[in-house]
Design a protein around this ligand. Sequence first.
Ligand SMILES: Nc1ncnc2c1ncn2[C@@H]1O[C@H](COP(=O)(O)OP(=O)(O)OP(=O)(O)O)[C@@H](O)[C@H]1O
Ligand SMILES: [Mg+2]
Length: 438
Amino acid sequence: MTASPRILLVDDEPDLLDLMELTLVKMGLETDRAVSVAEARERLARTPYDLCLTDMRLTDGEGLEVVACASALPRPVPVAVITAYGNAGNAVAALKAGAFDYLAKPVALDQLRALIKSALRIPDTAQPDGTVRELIGQSAAMQDIRSRIAKLARTQAPVHIAGESGSGKELAARLIHQLGSRTDKPFVAVNCGAILETLMESEFFGYRKGAFTGADADRNGFFQAADGGTLFLDEVADLPLSMQVKLLRVLQEKKVRKVGATQEEPVDVRIISATHQSLAALVEAGKFRQDLYYRLNVIDLVMPSLRDRPEDIPEMARFLLGRLGGSQIKLDRDAEKSLCAYAFPGNVRELENTLERALAMCEDQHITADDLNLTPALAASSEQPGSKFPLQDYLDQIERSAILEALEQTRHNKTAAARVLGVTFRSLRYRLERLEIK
Ligand SMILES: Nc1ncnc2c1ncn2[C@@H]1O[C@H](COP(=O)(O)OP(=O)(O)OP(=O)(O)O)[C@@H](O)[C@H]1O
Ligand SMILES: [Mg+2]
């Protein structure tokens, strides 16, 4: 057995040390701490570290001294430095002194992880389509989601995740898998809406050589690929009825038959499904089989929309900015206010896109409300939460936001906007006047 890599953290801020230590321990690494240059020297002399991370400014000296000391050891230890916000000169000096990389404060944890991984050459074990990430948010709704996810991870029951688009359904599914006993086995995510109906059976269950033209070898399907792990059926409402029957059978029997095979093979797969549509309504409408619905929906998890937890927006924005490589970028107060007032129909994904765009637009390391470019149309309805009275004001507010949205969509072509709204041109003109929309 090889020992885990050992990392020395040098900083005089206990909070930052705690945070970094927690992150590294979660990555399965061993850590030691030193709070001064003197203590760092002492530890470096005694222990063969794989890596050292030091703050630039320490109570008894400079991080550069730690860099020099680590580089001068018989077996030099690679060092990365943490520099104060906006102090690029410092970072350059550290690199010249032999540091292999630097992080700017405030330290973004994903950047810290990436730096450590590349320095230690830890392979990225995450799924090719994205790493498992933490769920951000301290709102009651989000705390509830986190505790439910932890509980669901301990069971093997099928889970159905509902929620608006961009609300974190896939992220939740990955977490249930990651925190559970199947974590070392595959998590296979399938977008049920993206597979041609004719290919579905072979994609899900695999096929035998010669089953059809072009089948020149045996091939596994999603079920075999996920064996022992979790199969995530995303947009499960998009499954055609013919496939729903076959899926139900597999879930009941826990066996699949490859296309062209005579034998069935056992599979052990935990099913997590998700859709932004209402499965119950689809069952009602005869578009989704009720028996399959009961199978999938043994436990349900409903992801709250961002609109229902506006208090999470600032933290979420900072987290996403960090992930987008903008951890040094500040959000102006006005920008934060306009984010919190916006309704985010596309939820966290829309927030992410908004920030990515703003990041490209912003100047001088800070994002203004202008950079965000949020249409007030959608902000209007949530600007005064709970103000449903007096009724006329409330209705006006809704009407105004619908009209502004239609105008936005049609690039202010009133005739087209009227059509979108399903009212006559005259009626729209009247409403524009009444609501004093210019
Ligand atoms: N609570 C959260 N904390 C941090 N990131 C989040 C959170 N919720 C969502 N995200 C991020 O938002 C993006 C969208 O999330 P995800 O893909 O899980 O949503 P979804 O509900 O599956 O969306 P869709 O219905 O559009 O497929 C991802 O980048 C995800 O990492
Ligand atoms: Mg999704």
